[in-house]
Design a binder for this molecule. Structure first.
Ligand code: NIG
Ligand code: FE
Length: 414
């Protein structure tokens, strides 16, 4: 049975933003429709437009179930394209240390940081990771998220990296996308980054590919973490094996990650706060999406990425929480969008497009999600507020109704 969503006061289809491939977004690219309706059939959008123009074939259809939206605002579900959702434990004590002046790199060099989460994650059962992971995923859904990317990278050995990816695959409710981030930190079993990357390329990537546990590979290229040359070689190998690639790039220093992303045709370069004009220009001329993660910048007390310069140069950007226990222990999309507006001078239409069309491109899902157009997946967010009040009040929690693939997965329409 299909669904008819009617009496939508304002519908943001984002059709214009999708047509511009998420670049240089203006308010008109939100593609606002007043008094609109949507028809969903077989998990997809079958029709969308002003309600007055609803074709008779749909108006009369007995197989359509009506939902009265009672004047709600409707937009594409948000896309969280960068998270480390699966992990055990927390790093609250480390946060306190960082607040007393010890740096992230100093903590990492002493075996804390990612390696402390590694110990807890290795020791966790698949079931426990699924349980905590599902709670966290549901928390994203309650904020209107319909697609979440999930990285491995807190196990750093074959067995438990597979366990992390399996846990992520067992989560249910909305669309998830797995990414293999074995190259997140150097585990104690290896002496050098080069040696560890060779192990990952030879012993782990082929297994991940064969078991279809992820179709994307990410690397943390950074001073004190994975060096650019060996990482580039590793990423090329991943591409040969059929993986899409992306990079944690230029987060703590300008260490070459975004250049490699452009050179190899990565889907995204993520963080990018250290990049300058030269890198911005290259990104603008490429298909790489710049994934900006301002809550990580807030928690690490660094600068914010040069979003204004990037967008004006023509870079397509996405926003995400980077949810992880170390540098961004928050799942709050409102805070991400608020920082993008306050600290990165992004306009509200730019933020909305980054969280929909931009995220879709970062995940190579632009033909399925990100905008509400005929043929795309019915991943829909209905809110009881004006769109202009989005990403504005951090404590706000307006009532939401969320559809994923045409099925209501959160909220009530009564
Ligand atoms: O995206 N930068 C590397 N990875 C994470 C941090 C992971 C952690 O500290 O646990 C990030 O910021
Ligand atoms: Fe990250």
């Amino acid at each position: 049975m299909g669904i008819l969503l009617k009496n939508i006061s304002t519908l943001l289809t984002l059709q214009g933003a999708a047509a511009k491939q998420g670049r240089r977004i203006q308010e008109e690219d939100l593609s606002l429709l007043q008094q609109a309706a949507i028809v969903i059939e077989k998990e997809k959008i079958a029709w969308v437009g002003p309600q007055k123009k609803l074709p008779r074939e749909f108006a009369r259809k007995k197989t359509l179930r009506d939902y009265d939206m009672k004047g709600r605002t409707v937009l594409p579900g948000f896309i969280e394209c960068h998270t480390h959702l699966i992990f055990a434990g927390d790093r609250a004590a480390e946060f306190e240390m960082r607040n007393q002046g010890v740096s992230y790199q100093e903590i990492a060099a002493k075996g804390g940081g990612i390696l402390s989460t590694m110990k807890k994650t290795r020791a966790s059962s698949l079931n426990d990771l699924v349980k905590t992971g599902q709670k966290r995923l549901d928390h994203f859904v309650s904020q209107g998220v319909t697609t979440v990317e999930i990285k491995s990278g807190y196990a750093l050995n074959l067995k438990d990296e597979l366990k992390m990816l399996q846990a992520a695959q067992k989560l249910s409710g909305i669309r998830t996308v797995n990414t293999f981030l074995g190259a997140h930190a150097l585990p104690p079993e290896f002496k050098s980054y080069e040696e560890y990357l060779t192990f990952l390329a030879q012993e782990v990537l082929p297994v991940v590919a064969k078991k279809k546990l992820a179709r994307r590979v990410d690397v943390f290229i950074e001073k004190g973490f994975f060096p650019p040359e060996a990482s580039e070689k590793y990423l090329r190998r991943a591409q040969e094996l059929g993986f899409e690639i992306l990079i944690h790039a230029d987060q703590m220093s300008l260490s070459g990650g975004s250049d490699i992303a452009v050179r190899l045709g990565a889907l995204s370069g993520d963080h990018l706060l250290q990049i300058e004009d030269k890198e911005i220009k290259k990104l603008a001329q490429s298909e790489v999406t710049g994934v900006l993660l301002p809550t990580a910048d807030l928690y690490t007390k660094t600068k914010y990425p040069p979003a204004r310069a990037m967008i004006d140069a023509g870079v397509r950007v996405a926003l995400a929480t980077d949810f992880n226990p170390g540098t961004s222990p928050t799942q709050n999309l409102n805070l991400v969008g608020l920082l993008a507006r306050l600290e990165m001078k992004m306009s509200l239409p730019e933020v909305i497009a980054a969280y929909t069309v931009g995220g879709a491109y970062a995940l190579n899902l632009q033909n399925e999600v990100g905008s509400l157009e005929v043929g795309k997946s019915a991943d829909i967010l209905c809110i009881d507020q004006d769109w202009q009040t989005l990403f504005y009040s951090v404590g706000e929690d307006s009532e939401k109704v969320v559809f994923s693939r045409g099925k209501k997965v959160f909220g009530s329409l009564k």
